[in-house]
Write a protein that binds this ligand. Sequence first.
Ligand code: GZL
Length: 331
Amino acid sequence: MKKRFLSTIAIAGAAAMALTACSSDSDAGSSDAADGGGGGDVITVGFAQTGSESGWRSANTESMKTAFSSENGFELVFNAADNDTAAQIAAVRSFINQGVDAIVIAPIVEDGWDDVLQEASDAGIPVILEDRTVSASEDLYAAWIGLDFEQEGVTAGEWAAAEFGDTETNMVVLEGTTGSAPANDRATGFDSAIEGTMITKIDSQTGDFTRDGGKSVMEGFIQNYGVDGIDLVYAHNDDMALGAIEAIEAAGAVPGEDIKIISIDAVHDGMQALVDGKINYIVECNPLLGDLVAAAVTGVVNGEDVEAVQYVEDLAFDQAAAEEALPDRKY
Ligand code: GZL
């Protein structure tokens, strides 16, 4: 399956090209996504969102709801599954039974999707994946619009290797949701990047991408190893990093100094912590996918060719870069 990296500008162009009618300057976060099925037909879309586990998720949901607005020619049937995979699959089945024109899924985990995707295919309802992907056959969905999670892990690991790789460094990992594509791939990418360095992963546990989860797992790590036994935290997302900061401060240590922190997402609160020196490096994971997903839905419903894999480009920030970027960030 061909992959295509799109910078934000390229996204706007791609979104504009694929749409039947739209303003020419739509960007990754704007609201001029599509005019539905062309000729004024409203496109009814069932969107199965993971839930509301993080700041990233809130920004992604807002981007999707803005793009799939009635003004843009859509009727959106929205479900947030509260990080419960069975509930998310049930929501997709409900969309099939409702006879929607298209289904969009941000799949909580990679596995377990084959049956319900086959049911959507048998019902003639196209499925588009946004954000995360699945292990099911690529034949069962029309496109995946998301992020290169493994590259995000590599970028984070390369920074860690450059900064700490020559020194004995004890690292703990706050993993994302078990079985999710970002958790799996961010681990793979980071581990490959630190291979051969003096960074040792002494523990790794899921905090389920939530702030509370990151805090409680970090409290356990501190209880097991002491603040002096931990040099580095690799958090799969900012919300867990922010929870870890709370735990580190409660233990009387200084986050970003006594214990370094690397994170992924670059949501506002994470970038503020980076500016404040409590996080040391953040790799972006752009949640503003709504326009691209709406363009893909419109294209598929209109029988047009749609790129099967569309990656949104990510940036990376140290403290100076975050200070410069924060005022203009959209999320
Ligand atoms: C990544 C996305 C992840 C974010 C988390 O694209 O699926 O889920 O990194 C979010 O913040 O909860």
